[in-house]
Design a protein around this ligand. Structure first.
Ligand code: SAM
Ligand code: SF4
Length: 336
């Protein structure tokens, strides 16, 4: 593939990481992410698998080295393995360094072996609780045993699993250590995510669900010796090592600004909208240039023009009483 010059934004950040939402649909209805009766996008608005291939391939040709597939639930998109197979060719050629996904784990039992065959070496599985009843409550439609089976299938296929847990006050506070121990036993890394002002927690005030990761970290520090790790992903995650167990724990605090200066990523929705920042409304429509011509040049021009507008940072702010910088779009749309 012809390599065109790298994507550099106005703040001299190289864009090497693309997160792609391949569907807005999901087989769960997590309280903090979706409402019970979601209205999904008309199918015609979605990029086809061929269009997704063309778009991702264009980004890879422009220097993107890491691709994370997300959603909605990426593994409920019909025919999605065709897309993973298509991306495998970029791994094989060395242009793409990592192909990965974020999943709720429900379909891993079915697809783990195929994913491994497509070069997927790591997956992030979202799991907030190990209590089957609480799991059914928070996901509304999810069933814990199915997810645990999926995780086991991934491991059996040689895929490393990282658990992502959303920290929710009054929900999984009491599971901080049991979840940590379970991850240690199973050999999974664990990352905690601060809840963001998105989705729909029913009648509950989202600020009531907000459990600061500072508090969570302090609780670890009471029990263990923590060492800050220099490791940076270019995203909002920070890592510590628990010296007593050797375990790596991540903290994703998207509401702080401390990661924006090293931000290396952009996000593509399933309709071909490119968001330069998770916390800003500014987006570029890539579907129009994609559909307008079989020639990739207008598409590449649109990508470059979009990157030239990548903002310095986002506007979330929980420090005031009201949630400001609140986003109207759902996490399942931009893909988290
Ligand atoms: N369905 C897949 C899954 O659950 O992993 C991928 C999409 S999901 C939108 C991606 C991540 O966003 C999940 O880890 C989920 O927990 C997280 N998420 C969703 N809504 C969130 C919110 N309001 N605040 C913080 N994280 C959220
Ligand atoms: Fe579905 Fe993931 Fe959102 Fe839960 S967090 S509703 S699994 S997209």
């Amino acid at each position: 593939m012809m390599q065109t010059p790298a994507l550099i934004d106005p703040f001299a950040r190289a864009i090497t990481y693309l997160r792609v939402s391949v569907t807005d649909r999901c087989d769960f209805r997590c309280l903090y992410c979706m409402s019970e009766n979601m209205t999904f996008l008309p199918k015609a608005d979605l990029l086809t698998l061929e269009e997704l291939d063309r778009l991702c391939s264009a980004f890879i040709g422009m220097g993107v080295e890491k691709l994370r597939i997300t959603g909605g639930e990426p593994l409920v998109r019909k025919g999605i393995m065709t897309f993973f197979q298509a991306m495998h060719r970029h791994l094989a050629l060395g242009a793409l360094k990592e192909l990965t996904l974020t999943t709720n784990g429900s379909q891993l039992g079915k697809f783990a072996a195929d994913l491994a065959g497509c070069g997927v070496r790591r997956v992030n599985v979202s799991l907030d609780t190990l209590d089957a009843e609480k799991f059914a409550d928070i996901t509304r439609w999810g069933r814990l045993p199915q997810v645990l089976d999926g995780i086991a299938a991934a491991q059996a296929a040689g895929i490393r699993v990282k658990i992502n847990a959303v920290a929710l006050k009054g929900f999984n506070e009491d599971e901080q250590f049991s979840l940590t121990d379970w991850c240690a036993r199973e050999g999974h890394d664990l990352t905690w995510i601060e809840v963001m002002p998105m989705g729909d927690l029913g009648n509950e005030n989202r600020l009531d669900q907000y459990w600061s990761l500072r508090d969570l970290r302090a609780r670890y520090a009471e029990r263990f010796t923590l060492t800050d790790l220099a490791e940076r992903s270019g995203g909002p995650a920070r890592y510590v090592r628990i010296e007593e167990t050797g375990q790596k724990i991540g903290f994703i605090t998207p509401l702080t600004h401390n990661f924006c200066e090293s931000c290396n990523r952009v996000r593509l929705t399933c309709t071909g909208a490119l968001y330069m920042c998770l916390g800003q409304e500014d987006m570029a429509d890539l579907r129009a240039p994609l559909r307008a011509s079989p020639d990739n040049r207008p598409l590449e021009d649109a990508i470059r023009a979009a990157i030239a507008h990548k903002p310095k940072g986002h506007d979330f702010d929980y420090s005031r009483q009201a949630v400001t910088g609140q986003m109207t779009r759902h996490m399942s749309h931009t893909g988290g």
